[in-house]
Design a binder for this molecule. Structure first.
Ligand code: NAD
Length: 367
């Protein structure tokens, strides 16, 4: 099969391409505009493959998207291209409306016309996989304290806590999540109205190698190594459900190859952590790997909370586990250690993506 992957130079898209080229015989066309978040270096280990091609194209450019589809004749589209940083969406929502909503609409229309022109067997087998976020579901609210329990839905001790299921109503809070929610609605409507074989996945927070250093985990690792403040929004008690990016990439490939058109699958790591716990864990692992005279924890700096900040996200991933036999390989403890080790070995990559392209003009971080 040949897959067209939009946003393949980004954090998750590049992990998907590395996974497919390394572990399957499939071909990949990477369609990416190369915004500040796109980086072809993230693909250097697979880009020499004869099964990989790159097209520098904006998904909002219908003529160019049509050309790429006609030229490469993919059997499936995995749509990851997006503006993805919540803080940037608060500072300047226009790009989020343009890429996430108008761009998804443009891609859906191009895909529909391409799909309608395919011969019978190829039309039946075609898939449009729209990749989205758990942030579309909004806020699960505060946890009863004290925290307790270990696994999903158990953190309140005996009390079963709510999780996002595929039936949870949409209630996005930020310009980013509202734009992603809009794009999910469009994708679902193109399936329902036109019969385009659409699959949707909503995933929790990812972390791992090649994560752009504006996001919480890489920012904290890099700031700590430079003895800079480790900014934490408010008390740092916001809870996210962390998933190692390579586990997400495996899940996405399973969905596009084995999932049922018209279905939505939630993907999560069963790793609910408060932001402050994440930052403290990074400090403690760094202390072991790169000892510092005083604990890295002394660098933690609480900054004013983000407006509209959601308190808790947590995914019920039982459907994808049950129907597609997917489950994460990494726990947060194993994944975060691998991630820190990767950043320590790839500080040059971090410098290159930061130089000239990333203005550290605010202390805000996202999770
Ligand atoms: P990212 O910001 O790292 O990468 C986005 C990629 O899209 C970049 O390579 C960028 O150049 C490209 N792009 C942006 N606008 C484009 C356009 N108009 N045309 C073509 N390419 C364009 O994002 P990510 O973290 O890899 O996220 C990928 C997808 O997964 C997004 O749709 C995001 O909403 C979703 N998602 C992300 C997370 C997460 O934790 N990062 C969690 C759940 C879902």
């Amino acid at each position: 099969m040949k897959l067209l992957i939009t946003g393949g130079a980004g954090f998750i898209g590049s992990a998907v391409i590395r996974h497919i080229i390394t572990n399957t015989k499939d071909k990949v066309v990477n369609l990416d505009k190369l915004t500040y978040a796109g980086n072809l270096e993230s693909l250097s280990e697979v880009s020499d493959s004869g099964r990989y091609a790159f097209e520098k194209v904006d998904i909002c450019n219908r003529a160019e998207v049509d050309r790429v589809l006609a030229q490469h004749q993919p059997g499936a589209i995995m749509h990851l291209a997006a503006e993805s940083h919540v803080d940037r969406s608060i500072d300047g929502p226009a790009a989020f409306i343009e890429t996430n909503i108008v761009g998804t609409y443009t891609l859906l229309e191009a895909a529909r016309h391409y799909w309608q022109g395919l011969h019978e067997q190829r039309r039946t087998n075609f898939r449009f996989h729209h990749i989205s976020t758990d942030e579309v579901y909004g806020d699960l609210g505060e946890l009863p304290s004290p925290l307790g329990g270990e696994g999903p839905g158990e953190r309140g001790g005996d009390q079963e806590l709510p999780l996002f299921t595929e039936q949870t109503p949409y209630a996005p809070s930020s310009p980013y999540s509202a734009s992603k929610a809009s794009s999910d609605h469009l994708a679902r409507a193109w399936q329902r109205t036109y019969g385009l074989p659409v699959l949707i996945t909503n995933c929790s927070n990812n972390y791992g190698p090649y994560h752009f250093p504006e996001k919480l985990i890489p920012l904290v690792i890099l700031n700590a190594l430079e003895n800079k403040p480790l900014p934490v929004y408010g008390k740092g008690d916001q809870i996210r459900d962390w998933l190692y990016v390579e586990d997400h990439a495996r899940a996405l490939y399973k969905v596009v190859t084995e999932g049922k058109p018209g279905e939505t699958y939630n993907i999560g790591g069963h790793n609910e952590k408060q932001n402050i716990e994440v930052v403290q864990t990074i400090c403690d692992i760094l202390q072991e790997l790169r000892p510092r005279q005083n604990s890295y924890r002394e660098l933690i700096t609480h900054v004013q909370d983000r407006p509209g900040h959601d308190m808790r996200y947590a995914i019920d991933a039982r459907k994808i586990q049950r129907e597609l036999s997917w489950s994460p390989n990494e726990t947060f403890e194993t994944g975060i250690r691998k991630t820190i080790e990767w950043y320590l070995e790839n500080l040059d990559w971090c410098k290159r993506v930061q130089d000239g392209r990333y203005q550290r003009d605010r202390l805000g971080v996202t999770a």
